[in-house]
Structure formats: C-alpha cells, structure tokens
Design a protein around this ligand. Structure first.
Ligand code: GDP
Ligand code: IMO
Ligand code: MG
Length: 434
C-alpha cells in the first residue's frame, strides 16, 4: 500500500481531474499542492459534468477529505464561488471534508489586475512577452510569496497584523502601478476585500502538515493532485511560457508539508496526442485538418478561459523527459478514443536542431522555437474505442499504439481512459497497490 502523486506529463489538460476522481475511490485524502484556479478539471459522473478549479477533484465523492496545501495560491472569492457552485450541484463542502493550509498564499484582486495589465501591455506595445496566462493573478501572487510580502490564510484571523502587511504589500504594488501609469490602490479597499471573506474561509483553516503527518501514521491513503503539466513547470517547462509554480511530482512534498519518502507511486497523466493552451513552443503542433479533427473530436477548449487548445501529434520525446523529471512510475493514457478513425498516426521520437539529431527538448528559448520533430508513423484503426472498459475491447492497432508509446517514453501504462465518463477506464496496475 502506498500514496499516489498524480501529475500532468505534457502542457496540462491531460485529463488529471477524471483520473483523480476515479482514483479517489481508493484514497482517504486528496491534496492539491501547487497552482491555483488557473487549473480547470472536468469530471463526468453518470452524465453530469462537474468543473473544478481550486478544489481537489476528490471532493465530489462523499466521505473523502480534500486538502488545499501550502503550495497553492488561493483567491478567496473564487474559492467561495466554487463552493457555492458545487452546492448547487448537490456537493456539500464543510470543514468536515475540506481543509486549507493556514500558511497558503492568497491571491488578491490586485494580482488579477496586474496579470491582465501585463498581458494587455505585451499585446499592445510589443514591450513584453505575451504568455497567454489565464489572467487569474497566479504569477503576481507567487511573485509576492517569494518576495516575502504575501498575505497568507492565517493573516485573515489577525486584523492588526493583516493591516500592517497590507501596508507593506501596497508600498510595493503602488510603486509598480505608478510606473505602469495605473491608479493607486487604497489600504481600505484591500482590507475590505479580505475582511469580507474572512468568516467564510477561516473555518477551513488547518495546520495541514501536522494533520497529514497524523493521517500518514494512522495509515491513511493519500492522493496528491497536481495541476497544469510538467512542460508548464517554472524550472523544467518551456520557460518563459510556463506557469509560476513547480508542477513536477517533487513539489507534492514541499507543497503539502510531507517528506518525499511519503509520496509513493508517481502517475503521469498523458494524453494520447498533445495539446497546449496559451503561447509558446509546440514542436508537433498541427495547423492542418488533422489538428482541427483532434480539437473537435477531443472538445479541446479550455475549462477556465474557453480558449481553443492547440493540438498536435503525441510527442514521446517530451513525455520521456517528463518521466525523468517527475520520476514517473507509470502513466494513465487518456483520450485514446479521440484517435479513432485516423488512417495513420505519427509519434515524435526526437528532434532535428540546426542539422543535428537530439533526443530531448533543449532549455534555450531560441532552440525550442527552432526544433523540428522526427516522426515514426503507425497505422491507425477504424473501430471505435469510445467507452472501452477492457483491453479485449481495443482493436489490435490501438494496442500497438499504446505499446509503442510505452516503449518510447520508458514507462508502463497503468490506466487507460476511453471517454470523459468516470467508469470508462481500464485498470492495468493499481497505483495504490503497486
Ligand atoms: P485536466 O486539466 O488535466 O483535469 O483536464 P481537463 O478536464 O481540463 O481536460 C480534459 C478533458 O477531456 C475534459 O473535458 C474531460 O472530460 C475529457 N476527457 C478525459 N478523459 C477522456 C478520455 O479518455 N476520452 C475523451 N474523449 N475525453 C476525456
Ligand atoms: P490544468 O490543471 C493548461 C497555462 C496558461 C499559460 C501558462 C501561464 O487544467 O491542466 P498562468 O495563468 O498559470 O500564469 O498561465 O500556463 N496554463 C494551463 N494550461 N492547463 C492548465 O491547468 C493550465 N494552467 C495554466 O494557458 O500558457
Ligand atoms: Mg484543465
């Protein structure tokens, strides 16, 4: 018996939410450890769709404890809105099934505004780089965290400390805003914004590292839920076109307050092709009819922003890199059904860069933009795999594709997903029992 860390092995939207929901049946506690409401996870349970951004995907199952760890950045207004939306769908969130780390960082309206101002400025003046962020204030909030001036959850319980911290925060932000030609923000505005939510947020606060340590000793099964994907990691991703947190599995320890020895099985959620939302390099991107086919068949539109996701062939070189940077034990291969009906399928096995063949994506921004994919071509299949629940239901060519993926990335398939529905999932190896 072990704990399981779920992470995305590509650029996000691999289907982590569906798999976390499915696996949470076997878990006692589900923990988010990085990111914020930039994440968007769609779960489909008996035809009903649930969209989660900040709350761990285990929260829809009765009797599970959901935890938001210290590594997460929390917009308290977005948190309350999500809790209310779920209540409307019959999912009740109380301190009995949700705990929030008292040392987690808060996202304020000024972070959201700054995120938008920077993105707009990058477009209109060409002065900066447009990242294509979700405009949720994620980057600016993490900047304040590492700048040691962030407001944290526990500060909501101490108005005097909060007031002094808001003063310090505004000294920084108002200087920044003056430089950008924006109006200054008053102390009263931020205090109002925070005091108006304190009573709604504080009941969930907990000393999460301590609670998790007790639960671990008691033998509880813990499922860690990553957001975004490994290629969006602040260190290992396609910098600067990344998010502002470490998204790799190692962050599950630091972002929850557990030791790395407690992490256990690392399950890399991997889409059977590749998508990306936002700007940045994407070597296997398809601008043709096949790219369009994947987008339409896969419903590749962002859960958070509704933006169209860019689509392309499976990039085994990238996922092989993610297997290494996360220490992936096995993968959950998702959306295999989207490939049904294609005559042939390509898989990228490496790149050509300035006349040389390389087997990984280099770290340099210029080189990432220049690499050209090297492909192997496989025969497609005509049969439908939608909703397949056993290997025996898969056509021979689909099995060949899966075997080829395993071999090229150097990790086995533990789970296979064949539709958005919770139970359209094939179990090969139980990560909790491996
Ligand atoms: P996440 O951010 O990694 O949780 O992924 P998203 O929820 O943003 O995007 C994945 C989308 O694919 C969602 O709409 C899911 O309902 C859907 N999905 C998940 N697994 C499968 C699958 O195996 N087949 C198909 N067709 N859709 C899937
Ligand atoms: P899930 O958890 C896909 C992308 C944004 C942008 C970059 C930085 O649903 O897989 P940010 O707002 O984080 O500063 O934006 O990261 N991005 C995601 N792309 N899935 C996500 O989450 C993402 N979260 C952020 O599009 O390119
Ligand atoms: Mg998503």
């Amino acid at each position: 018996m072990t704990n399981v860390v779920v992470i995305g092995s590509q650029w996000g939207d691999e289907g982590k939410g569906k798999i976390v929901d499915w696996l949470s049946e076997r878990a006692d506690i589900v923990v988010r450890f990085q990111g914020g409401h930039n994440a968007g996870h769609t779960l489909v349970i008996d035809g009903t769709s649930y969209k989660l951004s900040l709350l761990p995907s285990g929260v829809v199952r009765p009797g599970k404890m959901a935890v938001i760890g210290n590594g997460v950045v929390i917009d308290p207004h977005a948190l309350i809105a999500e809790i209310e939306k779920l209540a409307g769908q019959g999912v009740t969130i109380t301190p009995d099934n949700l705990r929030i780390a008292d040392n987690a960082t808060l996202i304020l309206s000024l972070h959201r505004e700054l995120d938008g101002i920077r993105e707009d400025a990058a477009v209109s003046s060409n002065s900066g780089i447009k990242i294509g962020t979700t405009r949720r204030g994620i980057g600016p909030a993490y900047e304040d965290k590492v700048g040691r001036r962030a407001i944290r959850v526990m500060d909501l319980a101490d108005p005097e400390t909060l007031s002094a911290k808001v003063d310090r925060l505004l000294a920084h932000h108002n200087a920044l805003r003056r430089g950008l030609g924006e109006s200054e923000i008053s102390h009263a505005k931020i205090m109002d914004e925070l005091t108006s939510v304190a009573d709604r947020v504080l009941p969930f606060r907990d000393t999460v590292w301590l609670m998790l340590d007790k639960e671990r000793r008691r033998g509880a099964r813990i499922l860690f839920e990553g957001a975004q994907g490994s290629l969006l990691d602040i260190d290992h991703g396609t910098y600067p076109f990344v998010t502002s947190s470490n998204t790799v599995a190692g962050q599950a320890a630091a972002g929850s307050g557990m030791g790395p020895g407690s992490l256990g099985y690392v399950l890399g959620i991997t889409k059977a092709y590749t998508t990306r939302v936002g700007e940045g390099p994407f070597p296997t991107e398809l601008h043709d009819g096949i790219g369009q086919f994947l987008g339409e068949r896969g419903h590749e539109f962002g859960t958070v922003t509704g933006r169209k996701r860019r689509c392309g062939w499976f990039d085994a070189a990238l996922v092989r890199q993610s297997v290494a940077t996360n220490g992936i034990t096995g993968i959950a291969l998702t959306k295999l059904d989207v490939l049904d009906g294609l005559d042939e399928l390509k898989i990228c096995v490496g790149y050509r860069l300035d006349g040389q063949e390389i087997d990984h994506l280099p770290a340099s921004q210029g080189q990432q933009a220049r690499v050209e994919p090297i492909y192997v071509t496989l025969e497609g299949w005509k049969e439908s795999t939608v909703g397949a629940r056993k290997w025996a239901d898969l056509p021979a060519q689909a099995i060949k594709y899966v075997r080829q993926v395993e071999e090229l990335i150097g990790a086995p398939v533990a789970l296979l997903s064949t539709s958005p529905e919770r139970d359209d999932t094939i179990l090969v190896t139980d990560p909790f029992e491996d």
